[in-house]
Design a binder for this molecule. Structure first.
Ligand code: HPA
Length: 270
C-alpha cells in the first residue's frame, strides 16, 4: 500500500480531519496526556507500515483535540538506523499530511554542538543540514505529492517560528534558535565527529526530523521544529551519553515543551 491508500484507511477508521499534526520525539510523550482523545490507531494495525523497534518509542497515531483544535499526534516515529529505507521512514508523516494536517510540528531530542546550549534547553529549529543521510525524495517522483526539485529556502516557516518565540516569551520559557543536523546513528558521535559537525554550522545533532521536514516541505506543509537538547555532544571527551539519560532530560525539559506546544497550537489555529 502506498501512503495515499494508508491515509484512506486511517481516515475511514479515525473519521477525523486534523488541522495540526505533531510528532513526539524521545522522552516527549507527555503531550499525549494533554489531548482529549477521540481515537487511537496503532502502527501495528496498519498494512505496510514501519514499526518502531526502539525502547521508549511507542507506535500509534492519536486523534483528538488540544484546546478544541483538531490534532493528530504521532506517538513514536521510526528511524533510519532501524533498517528501513528513508522512503519508509517518512511514510507516517506523509500520511499525516494526506489526512489534511496543514501544519506539522516535529519534535526531537538532540545533542548540543553549541557550548551555549546546555542540556534542558529548547531550540527552535531555524534550518537544517541533511547531507549526512539519504534524501527521502530519492526514487521516482510522485507528482501528486510534489515537484521533482523542491526548493528549500524556508522549510521551518518564519511566521510559525515567530509565533513559537512569542509564546515562549509569554510563558517565560527559554527558547533559542539553531541549526539541526541529522546523522544516521545509532551510535552517538565521537569527539572528532562532534567538532566536525559544529564546524559545518550545526548547533544540535540528532537521528531524525530532517528527513520528515524535507518530505513535508515538498508536500507544501508548514513545518515547525523544536529540539530538546539533552546532552553535550561537543566537548564530550569525558562524557558518556546514554539513551536513558537522553530520555530522562527530555522528559524533564519536555514539560516546558508540552506547555509551549499547547499554547502555540491554539495560536496556529486562529
Ligand atoms: N547525538 C545524536 N543524537 C542524539 C543525541 C546526541 O548526542 N542526543 C539525543 N539524540
Amino acid at each position: 500500500m502506498d501512503a495515499f491508500e494508508i491515509a484512506e484507511q486511517v481516515k475511514s477508521r479515525a473519521g477525523f480531519t486534523p488541522e495540526v499534526g505533531i510528532v513526539l520525539g524521545s522522552g516527549l510523550q507527555g503531550l499525549s496526556e494533554e489531548v482529549e482523545v477521540v481515537q487511537r490507531i496503532s502502527y501495528d494495525s496498519l498494512p505496510d507500515f514501519p514499526k518502531s523497534t526502539v525502547e521508549g518509542h511507542k507506535g500509534e497515531y492519536i486523534f483528538g483535540y488540544i484546546d478544541k483544535v483538531p490534532v493528530v499526534l504521532m506517538n513514536g516515529r521510526v528511524h533510519y538506523y532501524e533498517g528501513y529505507p528513508m522512503s519508509a521512514v517518512v511514510t507516517p508523516v506523509k500520511v499525516m499530511a494526506l489526512l489534511g494536517a496543514k501544519t506539522i510540528i516535529l519534535t526531537n531530542a538532540s545533542g548540543s554542538l553549541n557550548r551555549d546550549f546546555r542540556p534542558g534547553t529548547l531550540m527552535c529549529i531555524s534550518d537544517h543540514i541533511s547531507m549526512f543521510v539519504p534524501s527521502p525524495l530519492i526514487g521516482p517522483n510522485d507528482d501528486r505529492l510534489g515537484t521533482r526539485f523542491p526548493e528549500m529556502s524556508q522549510v521551518y516557516k518564519r511566521d510559525l517560528r515567530a509565533l513559537l518565540h512569542e509564546t515562549a516569551e509569554e510563558e517565560e520559557i527559554k527558547l533559542v534558535d539553531g541549526v539541526y543536523i541529522q546523522v544516521t546513528g545509532p551510535s552517538f558521535e565521537s569527539p572528532a565527529e562532534s567538532r566536525m559537525l559544529a564546524t559545518l554550522g550545526a548547533d544540535a545533532v540528532g537521528m531524525s526530523t530532517v528527513c520528515e521536514a524535507m518530505v513535508l516541505n515538498y508536500m507544501g506543509v508548514n513545518v515547525l521544529g523544536i529540539s530538546c537538547i539533552t546532552d553535550m555532544a561537543i566537548d564530550n571527551e569525558d562524557l558518556q551519553v546514554t539513551h536513558e539519560e537522553v530520555q530522562k532530560v527530555a522528559a524533564e525539559a519536555g514539560k516546558d515543551m508540552v506547555r509551549l506546544i499547547r499554547k502555540t497550537v491554539v495560536k496556529i489555529n486562529k
